[in-house]
Write a protein that binds this ligand. Structure first.
Ligand code: HEC
Length: 179
């Protein structure tokens, strides 16, 4: 005679599966293959020096001679003043905090923003919230775009050698945000 699995049995199986499911969700641990198809990365359109992919999330633009768009350059600077102490130089990660250059490719833009604005805690592992820090909030797209470029290996480690000039739109947005 066949019996339905008892709820207790099902709960025990779920509990056993849980640790694997949680670690699979760690965006930073998932490898990035720059040669693979990443529809949210290539530039779909430009708005005065800001670049967007087809899903309207900000993305980077690197010229043939290695000139990076302004946001990528600015993101390099902002990342290294606000994030690298925990996440390591060039987004490579540290023993303390994850390799977020991979997260910026694997994570949806809004999930990335949400994590930085609100922070996150996983036991002793704490990502601070930056929602009230203008030096991060006014440059969040810059940091995201820079890390996305790093995750795709589109820019080497270190300070980008050549950068595009800052457009009027970018300057205006920055001034309005910083107040
Ligand atoms: C005080 C140390 C610290 C600083 C500073 C910090 N982070 Fe974090 N961050 C962490 C830790 C630790 C985690 C992992 C949290 C967890 O285990 O859930 C994390 C997680 C993240 C994640 C999620 C990664 C993933 O794959 O799920 C993102 C995105 C992130 N940080 C972005 C940033 C950005 C951008 C900055 C700079 C504005 C920053 N962090 C500054 C410690 C830090």
């Amino acid at each position: 005679m066949k019996r339905a699995a008892s709820p207790l049995y099902v709960a025990a199986i779920l509990a056993l599966c849980l640790p694997a499911a949680v670690s699979a969700q760690s965006w930073s641990d998932q490898a990035v293959d720059p040669a693979a198809d990443h529809p949210e990365v290539p530039v779909s359109y430009e708005d005065d020096g800001r670049y967007y992919s087809e899903d309207d999330s900000p993305t980077f633009n690197i010229g043939d001679d290695g000139t990076v768009d302004w946001l990528t350059f600015s993101g390099f600077r902002r990342y290294h003043s606000e994030c690298h102490v925990c996440h390591g130089p060039d987004g490579e990660g540290s023993s303390y905090a994850p390799r977020i250059k991979n997260s910026a490719v694997n994570m949806d833009y809004y999930a990335f923003v949400d994590t930085v604005v609100n922070g996150r805690q996983n036991g002793n592992s704490v990502m601070p919230h930056f929602g009230d820090n203008k030096n991060v909030m006014c440059y969040l797209d810059d940091i995201y775009v820079y890390l996305k470029a790093r995750g795709m290996e589109a820019v080497p480690r270190g300070r980008p050698a050549k950068k595009a000039t800052k457009s009027d739109l970018i300057a205006e947005t920055e001034n309005a945000c910083m107040g």
